[in-house]
Design a protein around this ligand. Structure first.
Ligand SMILES: C[S@@+](CC[C@H](N)C(=O)[O-])C[C@H]1O[C@@H](n2cnc3c(N)ncnc32)[C@H](O)[C@@H]1O
Length: 178
């Protein structure tokens, strides 16, 4: 694959579980697909969660759903805390760029479009007109044919968005709207 690296955006990333999971999955893919390159942008309104996300320290029990081979490869015992904490290895932490971004801002300040946006379990906190405004703006930052992932309880139907439904919680940007 030549050209620009794939850009995945975790919008409303909280303490970093989603972007680090993406980093693991995409790193695994890259190992078997020479030339595949990617970047991960992770944003949230809260500087508190962003600070925790950058540290990348989690309770060992919370990472159990991650398959064992990935845990062995991408997690290490945390030195800052006792043994029941694990930390994302530095090589993986370096793959995620964390940035503060408020969905209510007029300009998100992104100079590029993402190939995939993960905005899961975030819009449920807003009323419908606000959801519509946020999703419309997020869609404008999605490349033609790019993918939008939302939470399983979130539906984007009848919002007039340039997205087509591909399955539960998964949408794709309609090319004509790029
Ligand atoms: C329930 S968490 C979802 C985390 C993650 N996406 C997931 O599915 O596990 C919702 C996140 O949205 C963030 N959030 C709330 N209002 C926001 C806003 N106006 N702009 C950006 N992020 C916001 C919160 O700080 C919180 O981290």
């Amino acid at each position: 694959m030549n050209g620009q690296p794939l850009l995945a955006w975790s919008a409303g990333c909280s303490t970093g579980e989603e972007p680090y999971t993406l980093a693991m999955v995409l790193s695994e893919y890259a190992e078997t697909h020479p030339g595949f390159r990617f970047r991960i942008l992770a944003t949230d309104i809260s500087t508190k969660v962003l600070t925790a996300a950058e540290l990348g320290i989690y309770r060992a029990g919370d990472v159990e759903p991650v398959p064992l081979p990935l845990r062995r490869k991408y997690l290490m015992r945390s030195r800052e805390h006792h043994a029941e904490r694990v930390r994302i290895v530095p090589e993986l932490r370096r793959l995620v760029e964390f940035r503060r971004l408020n969905f209510m801002d007029a300009d998100y300040g992104l100079g590029e479009k993402a190939d995939a946006i993960f905005c899961r379990n975030v819009i449920i906190y807003f009323d419908r007109p606000t959801q519509q405004r946020i999703l419309s703006r997020l869609s404008s930052y999605l490349s033609a044919g790019g993918y939008m992932f939302v939470g399983h309880s979130e539906t984007l139907h009848d919002m007039g968005l340039p997205l087509e439904a591909l399955g539960p919680a998964l949408y794709r940007k309609i090319n004509a709207w790029a």
